[in-house]
Structure formats: structure tokens, C-alpha cells
Design a protein around this ligand. Structure first.
Ligand code: NAI
Ligand code: MG
Length: 476
């Protein structure tokens, strides 16, 4: 079985202690990963600090060059990386390939825009010249989840590195494989040792050690709310900024004038993609009562036609990440049965060939009261809840009626209504007559309310990894 090392100061490091990495399509182990603890995190932070001394002295053009080279190597190894991601996460091969392409785009995109990063000159009294510089923080920490290991690695690392920081990344224990591959490719691309370090391990061990490390200058986290809160507390203790992306309960809001033929396939893929384990999953449908029955029938038909299978066979729907995640989904579905009407799904597929994998059937609930758990909780599984509404006011109230505010979509042919809803819905991204943006590397992304704070992606993502220094010079 392959052993996944840590990558610290340009060296592959093992500790003698490992944890098992499982293929969720079969439930069988396929790798052992190095279980890092405080000692490896200390080494990684020290390596990043020392690399920062070197990187500070390099030009923006140099940084752009190594990032672009990393993007090229990711594209060179695209098939290999997609196969690994598919095995580690269980996601359909086509989705894994898209993830690899988006990963390369992140490094290319930030390599491009980093050279447009500049300060301002500021008007001052005679005899004074004032300007700002956009400087890196230094050593940045990155704690990522298991749902999009490659994309998340790139989303958080590319802007941090582009801004001139040196990084320590702790991948999720369920999926440590591809982050280490990216760190290996980074060395091949010409990154100096320590510019990017990866420390696989458990959240309460390597994760907590990293979040609380006094040598860290900035933290980025994507994952669950309780862990996000703990990380923000650790960041507060060291007085360092933190970006939190904590998921959502994102609505597709369908009006009576929507083009249902266009909307339904996208509504289905918004919850089916990655088996519903997507922070921006469209996990609620709010639909005008006049088209409610038609929409539910169309979604049901598509749900029942979905092919379920191992990621490598490129089905429509792969497994969930783990037995633990499946138990979590199943328990929320049990609650849903008591609170709403189960239309289809609600159990594991009755197929011997899928035995061993962590599969769950696509599940549709109708007539879901706004207060039901399946309308309020992030389920992170292929579970969609439908709630009818009577008018625009009720639609907005339902859309904004959860603690989350990550993404929303509005389906209408009325341009005035589209603008009003984009104004009134509380979410970091609002789509109209579409859902998601194929990676959306260029589009600022992040939460309102309990979905978190700070923005990633786009130029704002780059600015977030800089701190402003104002310089004032007396010239006489
Ligand atoms: P989690 O929040 O425990 O895991 C995310 C990352 O945090 C992992 O790398 C983990 O090792 C790390 N971590 C865990 N405890 C830590 C600690 N004390 N200190 C530092 N790092 C720590 O999420 P989990 O338990 O895997 O998933 C539970 C639920 O969280 C999911 O059902 C879903 O609702 C939500 N979630 C949301 C994600 C998103 O994309 N917004 C991604 C993953 C999970
Ligand atoms: Mg795995």
C-alpha cells in the first residue's frame, strides 16, 4: 500500500505513525498517510518562516513564473491527479477531471493578476509623499475539507502564494492524497523548500496545533461551523486574521415564469454534484405554488433515473465520503420523514455490487416546513427539500430564513424581479437563471451570516492575503 508522506522544508517526511485512507466507493483502504502532530507542525512553520526570508527578496515576476509552472505541471499530470482524486473522494471521474482543470486555473489566474497588485499614491500636504504597499502576511495556515481536496488546496494556496506568503496546509484526514501531490509538483516547478509545506493528520492534532501556532500570521479554514468557531478562537488568541467558509443551505428560488425545462436539470445537478457534499450545494428549492407540482414531478423523474456507482465508472452519483457521513445524512433524513413528505429515496441503494461503498440514494422531500431540520441544517448529502411559496415576499423570507447565506439562485424571466431578488437575498453569490459557475475562479466567494466571513476567489481573494503598509516621506 502506498504511504503518503508529509512535505516539510522540501523533504518527504514520515513519522512512524500513520492513518488509513479509504476508497469510499468500496470501503477498502488504499493508502497509509503520515500522521503529523505538534513536532511536524513546528517544523513546517519554521520551514515556511525561513522560506519567507527568501521569497521576500524575489520579484512578482518570479512568483508568477513558479505559479505558472505549477499550473503547467498539474495539466501535464491531469489524468493521474484525477484518478487519485476520484479514488480518494469517490467522486465521478468527470467531476474529478473538472476539479483538476479548475486547480490549474487557480494557479494560472493568480499568477496573472499578482502582477497587477499595487498600492496607491495618496494626496498629502506640501513636502510629504505618501503611498501604500500591499505586503504579504508571512506564514499562512490552511486547513481544508475533504469534499474538493484539489480545488480547495488551490483556492486557498494560489492567492496566498501569489501575494508572497509561505504556506503550511493541513488537508482533511479523509482525503490527504492530492494535496501532497501538489506539494511535490510545486518543488518540481521550482518552489524553494519550505515555500509550501503539507502536514497530513487529524483535526484535533495537526489541525489544532497549526491553528494555535504562534508562528502563523493568517489562517484560512473551510469546514464545519463548530471547528470554524474553534479556529477563530485560536486565531483571536494569537491576534491573527482568519477567513472562514462554513457551508450553506442555498436555495433555488423558482417563480411561475421560470423556464422549467432549463431550470430542472441545473437544480438537480446543484444538489447531485459530488453527492451533495458541496458547500454551495443547492439543497433547498423554493417554488411558486402554481408550478410546484410540475417541478416536483420533473425532479423526481430525474432523481430516479440517476446512475449510482463507484467514482471510477463515472456514474451520475458516487458514494458519500465515509460511513460517518452517511450516518449523519441518514439521521437527518429520518427527522425529515417525520416533518415532511418523502417523495423518493431515503435509503441506501438495493444493489449488491455497491455493498461496501458509502452510497445513498438521491432523496427528495416535499412540503417541507421552513422550520424542519431538513430545511435548516446543512446535510451534505444528496438530499433536496422543496417548499412552496405564494408570492415574492414569502419567497424572500424563506430564502433568508436560515442561519446560512452562501449562495442563492433565482429562476424568472422578469428582469425587474431578478434585480429585486438579487438585492433582497442575503448571500455571498446570487445567480439568475443559472447555478454555479464551473469553478468560478474569478468570482469573489464567501459567506453572509453563519456561512462565514472573508472572501476567497477573484481579486478580492488576493487582496485578502495582503496587509497594507502606508509609507510617508518628508521631502524637504
Ligand atoms: P470538519 O470541520 O471537522 O473538517 C474540516 C477540516 O477541519 C479537516 O481538515 C479537519 O481535519 C479539520 N479539523 C477538525 N477539527 C479540528 C480542530 N479541532 N482544529 C483544527 N482543525 C480541525 O468537518 P467534518 O467533520 O469532516 O464534516 C462535518 C460537516 O461539516 C459536514 O457534514 C458539512 O456539513 C460540514 N462541512 C462543510 C464543508 C464546506 O465546504 N463548507 C466541508 C466539510 C464539511
Ligand atoms: Mg478517502
Amino acid at each position: 500500500m502506498r504511504t503518503i508522506p508529509a512535505l516539510i522544508a522540501g523533504e518527504e517526511v514520515t513519522t512512524g505513525t500513520t492513518f488509513t485512507v479509504v476508497d469510499p466507493s468500496t470501503g477498502t483502504p488504499f493508502a497509509e498517510a503520515t500522521r503529523c502532530g505538534t513536532a511536524q507542525v513546528d517544523d513546517a512553520v519554521e520551514a515556511a518562516r525561513s522560506a519567507f526570508g527568501f521569497v521576500r527578496g524575489r520579484s512578482a515576476e518570479w512568483r508568477a513564473g513558479v505559479l505558472r509552472q505549477l499550473a503547467a505541471l498539474i495539466r501535464r499530470d491531469a489524468d493521474r491527479l484525477a484518478d487519485l482524486e476520484c479514488q480518494d473522494v469517490g467522486k465521478p471521474l468527470r467531476q474529478a477531471r473538472t476539479d483538476v482543470a479548475v486547480t490549474a486555473r487557480y494557479f494560472d489566474y493568480y499568477a496573472g493578476i499578482l502582477q497587477a497588485l499595487h498600492g496607491d499614491t495618496l494626496p498629502q500636504a506640501d513636502g510629504m509623499v505618501a503611498f501604500t504597499r500591499r505586503e504579504p502576511f508571512g506564514v499562512t495556515a490552511h486547513i481544508t475539507p475533504w469534499n474538493y481536496p484539489l480545488q480547495m488546496t488551490a483556492r486557498t494556496l494560489a492567492p496566498a502564494l501569489a501575494a508572497g506568503n509561505c504556506c503550511v496546509l493541513k488537508p482533511a484526514e479523509d482525503t490527504p492524497v492530492t494535496a501532497v501531490e501538489i506539494a511535490r509538483l510545486a518543488l518540481e516547478a521550482g518552489f524553494p523548500p519550505g515555500m509550501l509545506n503539507v502536514v497530513p493528520g487529524f483535526g484535533p492534532e495537526a489541525g489544532a496545533a497549526l491553528a494555535g501556532h504562534p508562528g502563523i500570521d493568517h489562517i484560512s479554514f473551510t469546514g464545519s461551523r463548530p471547528v470554524g468557531t474553534a479556529i477563530a478562537q485560536a486565531a483571536a488568541a494569537n491576534v491573527v486574521p482568519v477567513v472562514l467558509e462554513l457551508g450553506g443551505k442555498s436555495p433555488n428560488i423558482v417563480f411561475e415564469d421560470a423556464d422549467l425545462g432549463h431550470a430542472v436539470p441545473l437544480i438537480v445537478s446543484a444538489i447531485i454534484q459530488n453527492c451533495g457534499q458541496t458547500c454551495s450545494a443547492g439543497s433547498r428549492v423554493l417554488v411558486h405554488e402554481s408550478v410546484h407540482g410540475k417541478l416536483v414531478a420533473a425532479v423526481r423523474e430525474r432523481f430516479e433515473a440517476l446512475r449510482i456507482g463507484p467514482g471510477a465508472q463515472d456514474p451520475d452519483l458516487g458514494p458519500l465520503i465515509s460511513d460517518r457521513q452517511r450516518a449523519r445524512v441518514a439521521s437527518l433524513v429520518e427527522q425529515g420523514r417525520r416533518e415532511a413528505v418523502l417523495v423518493t429515496g431515503g435509503d441506501v441503494p438495493d444493489d449488491e455490487r455497491l455493498h461496501g461503498g458509502f452510497f445513498y440514494r438521491p432523496t427528495l422531500f416535499d412540503h417541507v416546513p421552513a422550520t424542519a431540520a431538513v430545511a435548516q441544517e446543512e446535510i451534505f448529502g444528496p438530499v433536496l427539500s422543496v417548499t412552496p411559496f405564494r408570492d415574492d415576499t414569502e419567497a424572500v423570507a424563506l430564502a433568508n430564513g436560515t442561519e446560512y447565506g452562501l449562495v442563492a439562485a433565482v429562476w424568472t424571466r422578469d428582469i425587474g424581479r431578478a434585480h429585486r431578488l438579487a438585492d433582497e437575498v442575503c448571500a455571498g453569490q446570487v445567480f439568475v437563471n443559472t447555478y454555479g459557475a464551473a469553478g468560478g475562479v474569478e468570482l469573489p466567494f464567501g459567506g453572509w451570516k453563519r456561512s462565514g466571513y472573508g472572501r476567497e476567489k477573484g481579486f478580492e481573494g488576493l487582496l485578502g492575503y495582503t496587509q497594507t503598509k502606508t509609507v510617508v516621506i518628508g521631502v524637504r
